[in-house]
Design a protein around this ligand. Structure first.
Ligand SMILES: [Fe+2]
Length: 247
């Protein structure tokens, strides 16, 4: 089975459309989304509709922005910019799409018994994995050999090796990463709609479970268009400006 792994789309329809166009001719059996469908960007309905219309079996979980937008959580802990975007998004979403967010399951979840997925981390969907120590705590308290996570918007791989944890940032536009037998992995495919690793191109990954290979990929997309929509919507300009630099 080959899985398309998407995370942190954040209402960026231009980025999502570019990624889906890129994978159209690649073989993908299932689509997995690690949460944060919405928040920040100007096209929440378009993004949810686009995912809904993908004619492949899907495995979706919620992210912290999805929870706040649909009212499952208050947003008390959000910074003012994120909260303003969340309130704007709630206002714009159709009843059907609000329901879609409300009914998203929380992670961690198993995908076909082959690997696990979560939004922030397997221990806590709202917590980040940035350091080897964050990864260590998650390896210690969970048992999946392979777990994909999002939330940090940085493509990376944490490997539990016999004598420590290897931390690797995924740099470059196309990276083929072969998983080694007997080791355990926490893997972030990067963010489709709001990359934060100083690379403005949309990020995603394809996981070939039979071959144990993760293919990381970056896709340029019209970020100026997504930015202009954010300006026009009256959302904080910084949300649009960040798209052009990948920050
Ligand atoms: Fe996010």
């Amino acid at each position: 089975m080959r899985y398309l792994i998407l995370s942190d789309i954040h209402s960026n329809d231009e980025a999502l459309a570019a990624v889906l166009a890129r994978v159209r001719r690649k073989r993908v059996d299932r689509v997995v989304v690690l949460g944060d469908f919405v928040g920040y960007g100007a096209n929440p309905n378009q993004v949810i509709d686009r995912i809904r219309n993908v004619r492949k079996p899907k495995r979706l979980i919620r992210g912290n922005h999805d929870k706040v937008v649909c009212g499952v959580e208050s947003g008390d802990l959000f910074n003012p910019v994120a909260l303003q975007a969340a309130r704007w998004t709630t206002d714009k979403l159709t009843a059907r799409n609000l329901k879609f967010l409300e009914t998203l399951p929380l992670g961690p979840a198993s995908v076909d018994g082959a690997f696990a997925i979560c939004h922030g981390s397997p221990r806590d969907e709202d917590a980040y994995i940035f350091t080897d120590y964050d990864a260590y705590l998650n390896f210690r308290e969970t048992d999946a050999a392979v777990c994909f996570f999002g939330h940090s918007h940085v493509p990376c791989v944490f490997t539990l090796e016999p004598h420590g944890i290897l931390v690797e940032l995924v740099q470059g536009d196309r990276v083929r990463y072969a998983l080694r037998k007997g080791l355990r992995y926490l893997i972030n495919p990067g963010s489709v709609g709001q990359p934060r690793d100083r690379n403005a191109s949309a990020a995603y990954a394809i996981y070939d479970a039979a071959r144990s290979v993760v293919q990381f990929d970056r896709v340029p997309y019209p970020a100026e268009k997504a930015r202009d929509k954010i300006y026009k919507a009256g959302l904080p300009h910084i949300l649009g400006d960040r798209l052009l630099v990948g920050a």
